[in-house]
Design a protein. Sequence first.
Length: 454
Amino acid sequence: MSKISLIIQREYLTRVRKKSFIVMTILGPVLTLGIYIVPILMAMSSKDLKTIAVIDQTKQFSQTLKSTEEVKYLFADQPEDHLKKSVIDGTYEALLVIPNITPEKPEGIKLISAKNLSLDLVSDISNAIEKDLKAQKLKLSGISQETLAKLDVDVSIDTKILDKEAGQESDSSSAAATVAGFAGAFLIYMFIFLYGVQVLRGVIEEKTSRIIEVMISSVKPFELMMGKVVGIALVGLTQFVVWIGLSYLVGTIAVPLVVSALADKKETKTEVVANGASTTAPQIAGAAAESTVGTAADTAKNPMAKITKIVGSLNIPMILGCFIFFFIGGYLLYGSLFAAVGSAVDNETDTQQFMLPITIPLIIGFMIASSAINDPESTTAVWASIIPFTSPIVMMVRIPFGVPMWQLALSMVSLVLTFVGCIWLAGRIYRVGVLMYGKKVTYKELSKWLFYKI
């Protein structure tokens, strides 16, 4: 077995056997999923049915303020002072007072509560009243709601991609391409930073513990650095593959449970609304409840078919293949630079002056990728997807939208050649830097190390 293979094996096994690696590999998908599920569960538990008493002096908003799953309106003829006491003792969440207003002068409306109400609730009530007043204005102008509804046009564009050679159409989805591209770019961006820093710390640790002096006596610095970079890359790739598998398992188990819980919660609220939503319009509330249930049932059937169609519009093998290439290629390129920085300094504090030239291209690449989502064929996006220091991130955004093969090939070849060149340059720095102690290194000093003969 070659020396590089032995170093890769050592680096890989040393890290995957650590408790921190095992714990984070297992908990990573669970924590990530929890970020999305916990807010949903909290929102479900916090949205209790609120009862609002209404004094409507106009006698025209009973059809407008309809009870929903979360809000129940009770139109009352009792005195305002009496209802205020009911608000204070908690019988009602709030009291809505609508005086004799007109569409031209909708002033004096009050929403009285014992504590601050949510912005959504206030906004919903305001929008409902505004909608009714607008309808009155239209009626006074001689325009009915039916006429206005007929003017609405719902346009749905079915996007297609035309095959240049076969001339056949295939489904496409800009939304799916955007999500897939940006997700891939973000993962590569985070992976490079996360595991690149691990390479840097590993080199500094070995250098300060003097282990490197023993190892370098039998292994060339270039071989040692190459083995370390590739070994840690395999650690990251292993963790990533495990995350994908666990995320799929957790998602297939947890997501249906959450959806089922949401559906049960919705049905329970719907029954409450249907059984006693409003003292003035129970039939309307019942119809609204039936509509809600019907909508929920339709929504339960359609999303999976829609998601399947969206996912099917993507060239999944192409995207995954390119993702793996740029995922590994980008890390190897920057990992060699992180290793060179680690070999040039004695502690992490001294790395700051050398980290800036490495992180700036990454940040610029991510910024360009964010704008390339809107225009993947812009000149900036095209060149940034070819230049090796930004291509791993920017090219991933462009691939789901379709990239000419010559641009993809040029980007890949440039990345490989630049990686080999950076490994060679970093190796020249590494062979000198790992044996230097107690000396503050400058850029001028680093340039001299490239031409030292050892």
